[in-house]
Design a protein around this ligand. Structure first.
Ligand code: MTE
Ligand code: MO
Length: 250
């Protein structure tokens, strides 16, 4: 005689089996499969991608800061225009914010300091195989862009620098997800001191989820754009034009 419990389980299994068999038939039809699962996959994939892009880079404590933070790439733009700005301790420097914005801005150091600022101790990672932990202070790029009022067509933010590579300014670009990331700041201080020339005075970008070459030093202009086609070689940055990845996530 079959014990009652086993009987019930057999019944349940049989029922589930029937349900699955019915479902399997639908799943075997490619078009139905697409309709049943496509939306779910897209939402899950997109959600995962967006959550990943929004995640914060690790932050460190003051005792973890590197005793030496090397300077890389340009250590002094050295142009007559930059020398003149440096000689006056950047009092005449203005960061021009333009392109697809409602209100173009020309911000001095005092303007940037007067905005809500953020300080963060992060690890800088260069593709050339070194890293260093330093402290950076400055207003969030998102706040600056909000002040300028991004137009709907804006998709990217392009940074133009004071130093020249092959006669053209070093440039970089990021998308709006990174532009409005809370750790993306316009740093005017490094390790609690005004940014020095070697590290990008008077202001450099910190975009903490990406590799070192994205962190444009010696900022002169920020432009909101719909496409990267009109800048430099069109790949979105000085190193990208030589073949480096445009999205250099870490
Ligand atoms: N304007 C400008 N920004 C730049 C560079 C440069 O040569 N010019 N070099 C990049 C690279 S490859 C790195 S690793 C970092 C180095 O920043 P650091 O000099 O503060 O170490 O700046 C990045 N930003
Ligand atoms: Mo780098």
């Amino acid at each position: 005689m079959t014990p009652p419990l086993l009987g019930r389980r057999a019944l349940l299994t049989g029922g589930a089996g029937l349900l699955l068999a019915g479902c399997d038939k639908v799943v075997q039809i490619p078009a139905a499969r697409r309709i049943l699962f496509a939306g779910e996959d897209i939402n899950r994939g997109l959600h995962r991608a967006l959550a990943d892009r929004a995640a914060l880079a690790p932050e460190f404590s003051p005792d973890q800061m590197s005793p030496i933070f090397r300077a890389n790439g340009t250590r002094d733009p050295g142009t007559p225009a930059y020398k003149a700005l440096a000689a006056n301790r950047f009092a005449d420097w203005r960061l021009h914010v333009g392109g697809l914005v409602a209100r173009p801005l020309a911000l001095g150091l005092a303007d940037l300091r007067a905005m809500p600022n953020r300080a963060q101790i992060t690890r800088h990672e260069c593709v050339e195989g070194w890293s260093a932990i330093g402290k950076w202070t400055g207003p969030m790029l998102g706040g600056v862009l909000k002040a300028a009022g991004l137009r709907d067509a804006a998709r990217y933010v392009v940074f133009t620098c004071a130093d020249l590579y092959g006669g053209k300014p070093y440039y970089e670009s990021i998308d709006l997800l990174d532009a409005f990331h809370p750790q993306t700041i316009l740093a005017w201080a490094m390790n609690d001191r005004p940014l020095d020339i070697a590290h990008g005075a008077p202001v450099r970008l910190r975009v903490e989820r990406q590799l070192g070459y994205k962190h444009a030093k010696y900022l002169m202009r920020i432009d909101a754009v719909a496409s990267l086609a009109g800048f430099g070689g069109g790949a979105g940055g000085t190193w990208e034009d030589y073949g480096y990845d445009w999205y250099a996530g870490i």
